[in-house]
Design a protein around this ligand. Structure first.
Ligand code: NAP
Length: 256
């Protein structure tokens, strides 16, 4: 794998991960505490729930989360790596601990971002409804919740578990790649029309970067530096998490 100038010292990477984990816990406690105390009508309010597989997390995700945070004046954004995405049964996805650690490293230096193990630690499939209900229970009804994810997901949103109930808890921010056309999507028949107003679109030019492309580049030995944070780049190089099939390290994926 052609990965340039990487931090290849396992001890230093372990230290970096330990620091990122401890900082993540502090940020989570701080942001959730602010949300529990703050009246929703003054200053920033609400939490963005960034749902995704993050396989791996990249700058497109970070720009999307930051833009949503700014546009909706949110207190913060929690990244929730999927544990067992229901729509990916039978597919091989990267072991969740790798995806979680990469998200930790990517968000470490932003005091408004933290990462949650919620979907990873919850048994069974990772349904978004269970995730938003959890944050609604923690924060109470005064704080608005925004589920942020790729616009491609809107196409299939009717297949999501308890989708009408989902919209009673949160709004949906569909982040799109440049040129993505949502025009052909018809959600009206099954989705209660009162919830259509709860779907917002946000075009994020940086989402020209994609996790699929990054994995393909690595498999082909092409560079991925500057598509994702250096710390994530180093983690990938060190753990060989996306090593080409057939090598020992390719066991990082799992099927469920
Ligand atoms: P995916 O199928 O892996 O990704 C679909 C597209 O959306 C890809 O182009 C992906 O780009 C992009 N994307 C995914 N998450 C994104 C994010 N947070 N920000 C920007 N772009 C994003 O989708 P997924 O990651 O598995 O699912 C997305 C979210 O929807 C997850 O939280 C999942 O749990 C939820 N979901 C829930 C249900 C349900 O409750 N029944 C069903 C389906 C999905 P990249 O590959 O570059 O990320």
């Amino acid at each position: 794998m052609a990965m340039a100038r990487s931090e290849n010292n396992p001890d230093r990477l372990a230290e970096r991960l330990e620091r990122a984990e401890s900082r993540n816990q502090a940020k989570a406690a701080d942001l959730l505490g602010q949300l529990q105390l703050a009246p929703a009508d003054q200053g920033p309010s609400g939490l963005g729930i960034m749902g995704g597989t993050f396989d791996p997390v990249h700058y497109g995700h970070l720009v999307a989360a930051n833009t949503a945070c700014w546009e909706y004046n949110l207190v913060g954004v929690v990244f929730v790596p999927s544990g067992r995405p229901p729509h990916k049964r039978g597919k091989v996805i990267t072991e969740q601990e790798h995806r979680y650690r990469m998200a930790l490293l990517a968000t470490c230096d932003n005091s408004q971002f933290f990462v949650s193990r919620l979907e990873m630690d919850r048994p069974g499939y990772s349904y978004a409804i269970d995730t938003v209900k959890n944050f609604a229970a923690v924060l109470g009804p005064r704080q608005p919740l925004y589920f942020i994810t790729g616009a491609d997901a809107v196409i299939e949103i009717l297949a999501w578990k308890n989708i009408n109930e989902f919209f009673t808890y949160c709004s949906f921010i569909a982040v799109t790649r440049p040129g993505f056309d949502l025009g052909g999507i018809t959600v009206e028949p099954q989705l209660n029309p009162i919830y259509l107003d709860n779907i917002e679109c946000l075009e994020i030019p940086a989402l020209a970067i994609s996790s699929t492309d990054i994995r393909q580049r690595i498999a082909q030995g092409r560079p991925v530096r500057y598509l994702l944070p250096d710390a994530v780049h180093d983690y990938i190089a060190n753990s060989q998490v996306y090593a080409p099939a057939g090598t020992a390290a390719s066991e990082a994926g799992f099927e469920y």
